[in-house]
Design a protein around this ligand. Structure first.
Ligand code: DX5
Ligand code: ZN
Length: 222
């Protein structure tokens, strides 16, 4: 079953809780929280305080995407704030294996994100440890960017590797997802769609969320 994770980066922050509730009412499964530090990406967003303020106010699973250098410094804070999944960037971790173990030791699900130019094989020796791989389909930092079709073969290769190794990890795709690009990433093997501008800008997000979930997908899911 395809799951949809609205990214609050495109929400109206002056009424954030109401925006998040609107997504929950519209049928969202997860809430995607984009954390940016102004170093790993050229933008700054929010810290654990904002994540914690939303926690308990909605039933959505909190999918925390850490676009920060040295994410190991912040794992406990985001976990305590309510993260159900902590996803770090492979490019931001010198000791990726250790960081993943630290996330799991907290009792949290562990994900690793890859920028569009980062090859999949950097995860060859850690794939078994992961609950999720996030394939970035834009360069991280901002919402509302155009989807990069060059990442489709990477999604496809990951789905094949997942099937070959019999893994249960989930494949999440983030960036430029709309009605046209969603079908492409789903056919390539995505399980979870992150969408910011398309969902928060939609007059009726429930229609788009339904459309995402109802696309006839050609790839057989494993
Ligand atoms: C990009 C973020 C994404 C992004 C999604 O750095 O990780 O979650 O904001 O927004 P859209 O769907 O507008 O590309
Ligand atoms: Zn994100």
């Amino acid at each position: 079953m395809v799951r949809v994770a609205p990214s609050i980066l495109s929400a109206d922050f002056s009424c954030l809780l109401e925006e998040v509730k609107r997504m929950e009412r519209s049928g969202a499964d997860w809430l995607h929280l984009d954390i940016m530090d102004g170093h790993f990406v050229p933008n700054i967003t929010m810290g654990p305080l904002v994540v914690g303020a939303l926690k308990g106010r909605v039933d959505l699973f909190f999918d925390v995407h850490l676009m920060v250098m040295n994410p190991q410094l912040f794992l406990t804070d985001f976990y305590r704030a309510g993260a159900g999944m902590l996803t770090v960037h492979a490019e931001a971790c010198t000791h990726l294996h250790r960081v993943v173990q630290e996330i799991k030791k907290l009792g949290c699900k562990a994900g690793v994100a890859l920028n569009p130019a980062t090859p999949l094989n950097c995860l060859d020796y850690i794939l078994e440890e992961l609950d999720l791989v996030l394939i970035m389909s834009v360069n991280p930092g901002f919402g509302g960017q155009e989807f990069i079709p060059g990442v489709l073969p990477k999604i496809n290769a990951l789905a094949e590797e997942k099937a070959k190794r019999g893994l249960s990890l989930e494949i999440e795709v983030d960036g430029g997802i709309n009605e046209n690009t969603a079908v492409q990433v789903l056919n390539a093997g995505a399980d979870i769609l992150v969408a910011g501008s398309a969902l928060f800008g939609a007059p009726d997000p429930s229609k788009l969320i339904n459309a995402f979930k109802m696309f006839p997908v050609r790839r057989k899911r494993v």
